[in-house]
Ligand binder design. Structure first.
Ligand code: NOJ
Length: 558
């Protein structure tokens, strides 16, 4: 077991030194997408050795922890979210020895490591599923999944009307061991991702054991994939249409956000609490409301839940203020911090979302206005980092990377792109490997090219091109994260106070600190709230007044 990190001393909202707050309450956590971060062995695919070699960069950036998307043994039908062996590393990423070395090296730098846990489904190549198929209908081994006979005279219709999130039916028909058409199995995602039956004790035991395996190896926590999906409504009822759908509400589905999931997380929390060092559970739970999200972070459940309502909010003063207030209010009764996020490996990067017209969702195929998008993205990031709670940064956003919206279809790998016949599922655009240097094979990603093509203009967005350049997005992130460490009021606490501000401007005050965000497309003049600390664009201050440029955020100490 690797040595664990001590919690740093922090200050309360009233500024008094107090019992150290748990590290995760205001942590900035950096998401690494292993296939696209750094390639250590030159095969064009990122790996654990590559990540380890870049830990000093993450330390210098100023993050507290690193979340790694899946690196487990997997046929890669969904980029590793189809796990064949939860206790093994896929050879393309390295070995268990590499994982151990990565965790140890991170800890030596005071960086924590959060691993991805995928409990809703496994790979169709997982031993349990292969055995279940081999044994045929009626086998007890099938009870670990959702196998059902089909409807219709010959069982030729799926057992219910559920659709896969990736498009098409959520059921696939199997062949019996003798080759005749057999039962169907449930997969909320791709057919290569059969859903576990979480009513089954063996499934519950197995995941408790998997948790211990990674905790024993030193993992500081788990990001829990599809945390809202494990429990399905009894009897797997049809969703139906018309009146029935209205009754369920647009976002309430019999396979998502069922109350039964919470008991699972309570049992996991008890396991984590046995370990030293405040290990954490982070919910990826897409729920209809922030109030439903708050249920995942009650004191005996998970620690954090991504705030996807914030991620999907348009660049609009009123909408932003509403979602910030709503999120803080929803979390307050459960005592959890809000967990802010703007980008991840499933959504169009925020630098591109904000350059497109509002309301288009998170799977965009248009570049939009690049300059506008970057300007707003930088402002949005500073606003996010000024809010109380924890924040996640997705690899490459610190470089201001846009989404690559014009990838040729033949290089795409996102399974949802293919299941949606090219009309959706543009997630490869945010998964293009990171440019580290101006020149060289794959801009320093590795010595052997890159599994997705990188745009030529990324040379000038590389880490090398931005390092030490005043005003670069990378230096902005570095300065913001350094300021967050120097000013304990940032990130801590649970509330913001809104100050009067001109239309289109958000002005929020925290202890000793004010954040002003101009969401309009024109400069705004306002009384300078204090001494300028940092800004996403040049701010002119004269005679006690400041001119905040269009789409910009400024931080002030008061
Ligand atoms: C959410 C993950 O973030 C996404 O990448 C994956 O495709 C689905 N869950 C299914 O595991």
């Amino acid at each position: 077991m690797t040595q664990h990190l001590a919690a740093p001393a922090t200050a309360t909202t009233s500024g008094h030194r107090a019992e150290p707050a748990p590290w995760w309450r205001d942590a900035v956590i950096y998401q690494v997408y292993p296939r696209s971060f750094a390639d250590g062995n030159g095969d064009g695919m990122g790996d654990l050795a590559g990540i380890r070699s870049r830990l000093p960069y993450l330390k210098e950036l100023g993050v507290d922890a690193v979340w790694l998307s899946p690196f487990y043994a997997s046929p890669q039908a969904d980029a590793g979210y189809d796990v064949a062996d939860y206790r093994a590393i896929d050879p393309m990423f390295g070995t268990l020895h590499d994982a151990d070395a990565l965790i140890r090296s991170a800890h030596a730098l005071d960086l924590r490591i959060i691993v991805d846990l995928v409990p809703n489904h496994c790979s169709d190549q997982h031993d349990w599923f292969r055995q279940a198929l081999r044994e045929g209908p009626g086998s007890r081994l099938r009870e670990r999944f959702h196998f059902r006979p089909g409807k219709g005279a010959d069982g030729e219709l799926p057992p219910n009307d559920w659709e896969s999130i990736f498009g098409g039916p959520a059921w696939t028909r199997t062949a019996n061991p003798d080759g005749t058409p057999g039962e169907w199995y449930l997969h909320l995602f791709a057919p290569e991702q059969p859903d576990f039956n979480w009513e089954h004790p063996a499934v519950q035991d197995e995941f408790r054991s998997i948790l211990r395996f990674w905790l024993d190896l030193g993992a500081d926590g788990f990001r829990v994939d599809v945390a809202h999906g494990l429990v399905k409504a009894p009897g797997l009822p049809d969703i139906g249409s018309g009146d029935q759908l209205k009754l369920l509400g647009n976002d309430v589905m019999p396979f998502f956000d069922q109350d039964g999931v919470h008991e699972i997380y309570r049992s996991w929390r008890r396991i984590l609490d046995e370990y030293e060092g405040e290990r954490v559970l982070v919910a990826e739970a897409w729920t209809p409301t922030v109030e439903r999200t708050a249920l995942y972070v009650r004191p005996d459940e998970m620690h954090q839940a991504f705030n996807f309502q914030y991620l999907t909010t348009n660049w609009d003063e009123k909408e932003l203020r509403e979602v910030i207030d709503g999120s803080l209010a929803a979390m307050r009764p459960v005592g959890a911090p809000t967990t802010w996020v703007l980008s991840n490996h499933d959504v169009t990067r925020h630098a591109t979302r904000f350059g497109n017209p509002p309301g288009l969702g998170t799977q965009l195929r248009e570049q939009g206005d690049r300059e506008l998008g970057l300007r707003r993205a930088r402002a949005a990031t500073l606003l996010m980092l000024a809010l109380p709670g924890s924040a996640y940064v997705y690899q490459g956003e610190e470089l201001g990377l846009p989404d690559v919206t014009d990838l040729p279809d033949e290089v795409r790998q996102d399974p949802s792109f293919f299941r949606a016949e090219g009309q959706d599922g543009f997630r490869d655009g945010c998964r293009v490997p990171i440019p580290w240097t101006r020149e060289g094979s794959s801009y320093g990603f590795g010595s052997g090219g890159s599994w997705l093509p990188q745009p030529a203009e990324w040379a000038e967005l590389s880490v090398e091109a931005q390092t030490g350049v005043a005003g670069s997005t990378l230096e902005l992130y570095r300065a913001a994260l350094a300021a967050r460490r120097e000013h304990p009021g940032l990130g801590a606490g649970e509330a913001v106070t809104w100050l009067d501000a001109p239309d289109g401007v958000l002005a929020l005050s925290r202890e000793g600190f004010v954040c002003t965000t101009n969401t309009t497309g024109a400069p705004v003049r306002l009384p300078a709230p204090g001494a300028l600390l940092l800004a996403s664009a040049p701010v002119a201050v004269n005679d006690g007044f400041a001119v905040l440029p269009a789409d910009a955020t400024a931080w002030w100490t008061v």
